[in-house]
Design a protein around this ligand. Structure first.
Ligand SMILES: Cc1cc2nc3c(=O)[nH]c(=O)nc-3n(C[C@H](O)[C@H](O)[C@H](O)COP(=O)(O)O)c2cc1C
Length: 185
């Protein structure tokens, strides 16, 4: 049988958003542990395409401003929203991916492997007071200069992280997987 504790951790994983954070700072050691777990994700041909840029303090607010500057049409609402999200967050991690130089596997596999690394971060937050979520604003495609990314590197999103006290349950109407599974004997 499947280990119940593993199933519980998987089903308990949820997105916790910046407005739910309490504004306290996460210890660097905890962030390092999240990233160590990320690093155990499966990866075809061991290309290990993921890498992370972790922002806190002043640098975090510089990243927020960069996102605002990169917005196609300036919007005060967008600026306020981003600044508020970054202020509430303890750390913001830029989720990055490096394409294998020899293109030994298709790009989608490297994106998939990076997503699995992110899932490891997300799962590692379960049963702790650390919460977070993966955000993919359009502006992440314009961060290459700011993040010093090379031509074979991409930013696949931001992972907002913060501490929270309690959250009310957000009910999600998930599909019934039985209806989307075909069995063949
Ligand atoms: C690749 C990816 C990108 C996402 N981008 C966003 C985003 O831009 N904005 C957002 O509010 N949520 C984003 N999410 C989080 C989803 O909204 C969230 O996972 C979904 O609502 C299910 O909630 P749960 O994580 O609590 O199960 C993203 C999730 C994934 C996997």
């Amino acid at each position: 049988m499947i280990n119940k504790e593993v199933s519980q951790i998987i089903t308990k994983r949820r997105s916790i958003f910046p407005h739910q954070f309490n504004g306290k700072k996460i210890h660097k050691k905890a962030i390092q542990e999240l990233l160590t777990n990320a690093n155990t994700a499966p990866t075809h041909r061991l290309t290990q395409p993921w890498f992370f840029k972790v922002f806190s303090g002043n640098s975090k607010m510089k990243l927020a401003k960069e996102l605002v500057n990169q917005k196609e049409n300036y919007s005060e609402i967008f600026e306020k929203k981003i600044i508020s999200k970054f202020t509430s967050s303890s750390h913001v991690i830029c989720i990055c991916m490096k394409r294998d130089a020899t293109k030994s596997i298709p790009e989608w596999e490297e994106i998939a492997a990076t997503a699995m690394a992110v899932q490891n971060i997300w799962l590692s937050c379960v049963n702790s007071k650390i919460g977070g979520y993966w955000s993919t604003p359009k502006e992440i495609n314009k961060l290459s200069n700011f993040l010093n990314l090379k031509s074979n590197e991409r930013c696949l999103g931001l992972f907002y992280l913060g501490l929270y006290d309690s959250v009310s349950e957000r009910v999600l109407n998930r599909k019934n997987i039985k209806e989307d599974t075909e069995w063949f004997n």
